[in-house]
Write a protein that binds this ligand. Structure first.
Ligand SMILES: Nc1ncnc2c1ncn2[C@@H]1O[C@H](COP(=O)(O)OP(=O)(O)OP(=O)(O)O)[C@@H](O)[C@H]1O
Ligand SMILES: [Mg+2]
Length: 167
């Protein structure tokens, strides 16, 4: 039974797929869904890039975070296909910080039964089947983590049988 689920949304197709899957999981008990967008104030710094003072101040502002986070979450809610039988409660959350850390902390704070997230996100490097945030969350979270993708082959540079060593 999934009475409450956390769905981290970064605007990617996989995260929208995760929202759809979460509705299906929550439907039997009309479980509650928490949609979370994490604003990383210093993504360029984490990538080792130089950031102008002006750009750093803008990125770190709460107003910018709220505006951008709301835009991403409202697109996800708009595109949410109405899943037959699900009309449970939603709550949207916007937080600032390192995405994987915040996702794990929020899952614990809310006491959710599972995190349902995309395998990949909006990152540019698509050679791997799983992104750095989903990789970290699956290793660290204290609850179940379900990673989903709509079109697995599009995420990998190689075909799955070349990519995975099955031996
Ligand atoms: N800032 C974020 N806020 C909320 N959820 C996020 C955020 N970043 C990632 N996620 C969640 O993690 C999933 C996987 O994204 P991830 O960032 O791991 O992959 P990526 O963007 O393809 O790769 P990378 O970020 O490592 O370049 C997304 O589908 C989404 O569910
Ligand atoms: Mg990412």
């Amino acid at each position: 039974m999934f009475k409450s689920l956390l769905i981290p949304i970064d605007g990617s197709e996989d995260s929208r797929t995760a929202l759809n899957v979460a509705c299906q999981l929550a439907a039997p008990v009309q479980g509650k869904l928490y949609l979370l967008n994490v604003r990383d104030p210093y993504p360029q710094l984490h990538r080792g890039e130089l950031l102008s003072l002006e750009a750093a101040i803008k990125a770190a502002s709460v107003e910018t975070a709220e505006k951008e986070g709301n835009a991403i979450l409202s697109v996800a809610l708009d595109t949410l296909p109405s899943f037959p039988g699900y009309n449970g409660e939603f709550e949207t959350l916007i937080k600032q910080g390192a995405p994987a850390k915040v996702i794990v902390e929020e899952a614990e704070r809310l006491g959710v039964d599972a995190i349902v997230m995309g395998s990949r996100g909006v990152g540019q490097f698509k050679g791997l089947m799983i992104g750095s945030v989903s990789h970290k969350v699956t290793h660290v979270a204290n609850c179940r983590v379900i990673c989903v993708h709509e079109k697995p082959r599009q995420h990998a540079v190689k075909a799955p049988h070349e990519f995975v060593d099955f031996d």
